[in-house]
Design a protein around this ligand. Structure first.
Ligand code: ZN
Length: 105
């Protein structure tokens, strides 16, 4: 696998481990933070940084719920377009993995 360095958006240092990684959004960009830097950023500068954590347990839970809801709304005539929202959530989750998480242990 190619060696890609994941850089923390706040301190600009390398993120070495997956359990020290937080992926969140700034508007529609996904950015990576150290766990500690993300906590600081939320305290100091939360205007631009979303509260949504895309990776880790909460991100996986959100993706699973989106998947289930997506399948359920597909069964309801007239609401099928709402399944697209689930696809967006799942797409963002997959993108976070492709962009950041797969390079870390
Ligand atoms: Zn950092």
């Amino acid at each position: 696998m190619e060696d890609v360095t994941i850089i923390c958006e706040k301190c600009k240092r390398k993120i070495a481990r997956k359990n020290d990684l937080i992926v969140t959004n700034i508007f529609y960009y996904l950015v990576a933070y150290h766990t500690e830097c993300f906590a600081k950023e939320q305290r100091d500068f939360s205007l631009f940084v979303g509260d949504l954590v895309i990776n880790g347990f909460s991100g996986n839970l959100l993706a699973v719920m989106a998947g289930i809801l997506g399948i359920l709304v597909l069964l309801i005539p007239g609401y099928r377009l709402l399944a697209l929202l689930s696809l967006i959530v799942l797409g963002v989750r997959a993108y976070s993995w492709l962009r950041f998480e797969r390079y870390l242990k």
